[in-house]
Ligand binder design. Sequence first.
Ligand SMILES: Cc1ncc(COP(=O)(O)O)c(C=O)c1O
Length: 392
Amino acid sequence: MGLFNKLEPIAVARKALEEFGVDPFNVVIEDIISPTEALIMGRRTLLVGTNNYLGLTFDPECIEAAREATLLQGTGTTGSRMANGTFDSHRALEGELADFYNCSNAIVFSTGFVANLGMISTLTGPGDTILLDSDSHASIYDGCRMSGAAMIRFRHNNTGDLDKRLGRLGERAKESLIIVEGIYSMLGDRAPLKEIVEIKNRYGAWLMVDEAHSLGVLGKKGRGLVEEADVEKDVDFIIGTFSKSLGTIGGFCVSNHSELDLVRYASRSYVFTASPSPATIASVRVALKAVAARPELRTKLWENANQLYEGIRKMGFTVGPEPSPVVAVYMPSREETLVCWKALLDQGVYVNLVLPPAAPQGKSLLRCSVSAAHSSTQIEGVLKAFASLPRG
Ligand SMILES: Cc1ncc(COP(=O)(O)O)c(C=O)c1O
């Protein structure tokens, strides 16, 4: 085994899954039918574990824009933003992102993951301090580690803990970066952003908000938690992704700090990776317009979110802390999570299986996520499947 020895625990865990009959982490979408349905193991299956919040993956205007861009500009840029990979359309999208957020500057990265890696590791280094929420996404943790800065985790959504830990830093608090998410990807709860901004301003610290799961989902115009909490002027950096509400792939950072542009020259994950394809950029530009111009998508998304959250909660399951398009259902044990996940799939309902360490606090979850494209009849179908699950 040699180098692979360290993967032995994974081999053991995978074998146990094989004995169980299906590997939840190797599900293959045999055919994708719509934003909400796919063929899985030969069966028509309802998708309730995507991040397709606005259901735009099959939007005719997005598809047409992507098709046209491919015909005109080819399938890929074959280069990094720093070399031959910045087309007019990448720059145009950056302008549109800045306008959308009423910010002066924007940078497009190849994914949300590398946006976090690149931004965090470029802004901070040895000698700096980062305070991050303990439930932060892997890309935030990895960006912090890459930076070499001191990492201080504060308890999830606990502003008292953040305040205390910043207080201990004395003068260094002014040079520290606080990182939180708009909606947390696993439990679906929002950060208490107004209170976090008050703390940030009191200490003179810097604040980054990752709106991966809240862009298009929160705020009248879809600008996320910063818009909903009315703190847009107080946030230094907003990180986002094109891979959820915008239905493609890519990432970005927007900011009112004009120095943001310097990050392009220093961020290895901007300089040393190929830029998003013309089709991706063209599709995102149309989807971004839809976020502001089609608020009815948000209305439908929240109707679905409330229907699913309340329906599952009323059955007696323990769900995440607040209604949200991400509906986390706590399971009593790893085994029961697997059994219930498989029982749902057998009834034609796909949700995400989340086991430790991916789930916070060592918990096991069935993570459901809804889309504006779900009909209320489809949500009723999901509730029926949950109602039939074996219970402890
Ligand atoms: C909070 C958060 N940040 C960043 C990312 C990475 O986004 P991308 O899929 O664009 O790499 C994710 C993806 O799941 C996420 O949940």
